[in-house]
Design a binder for this molecule. Sequence first.
Ligand code: GYE
Length: 311
Amino acid sequence: LATALSSAVLAQDVSGKVIGFSQIGSESGWRAAETAVTRQQAEERGVDLKFADAQQKQENQIKAIRGFIAQGVDAILVAPVVATGWDDVLAEAKEAEIPVVLLDRGVDAPEDLYLTSVASDQVKEGRVAGEWLVEAVGDEDCNVVELQGTVGSTPAINRKAGFEEAIAGHDNITISQSQTGDFTRSKGKEVMEAFIKASNNAADICAVYAHNDDMAVGAIQAIKDAGLKPGEDILVVSIDAVPDIFSAIAAGEANATVELTPNMAGPAFDALAAYWADGTEPEKFIITESKLYTADSDPQGEYERRKDLGY
Ligand code: GYE
């Protein structure tokens, strides 16, 4: 029993490891939560986490990863800002025998260049958001404006595709305008203002679909500034499930969000622990859940639960 217990403990063990984390930046509330949870997970597990903030720039991420390789870290976590352009630096890490785990976004690179990827099914997230809208509008005509995430990032590409899949075949629903808001609150507001200006009559916009909650929160402000009621005159559906969207849902100013867990590091550390314990190859894609929340899902309670978790 003692041996069984100690090997079970060992399999979970990443303590004493030095792990580099190339984070994208701090564009959203979700990103801040992910950074906080990663630091917390590292501390609980005795990992020496080397944190590098890339300020949204891929070149900074590549530099940080090269720095981690030069330092000889035990593993590298990277949240890749865009999908392309990773082959060389990932091959360098592989050459140095440093396992790389992708967090929350994907890459267009050969799968043998990373150990595993911990992320949501982003096409599904878009689909869940779109299915909610299909259900909410029924037979009514609905003009949707779309706030896309960062250009070239997998969540922007996939969340767009999933939403379009869900509304396909529902000819009453059309996307009339679609632009990037770069996953930020300020750009979400700015682009929503432009959408409102460009439409003949702001009231013609039936819904806004934002690829994350922060852009939705910015859009809500723009809708109010235009003298309309978000959540009623213009429906608001987005992705992440951060506390601020729950306050908006509780206030009737947003309608639905799809949850993205900020705990990507937990499964990443588990995968590394098993890999180091006995060479266990993790699943290539570790997929987190995508649950829908609406006004019916106790938004005030969800807000408080997240605040208690330290979001
Ligand atoms: O939804 C958004 C963030 O990469 C999936 O990035 C993640 C997204 C998340 O800035 O808020």
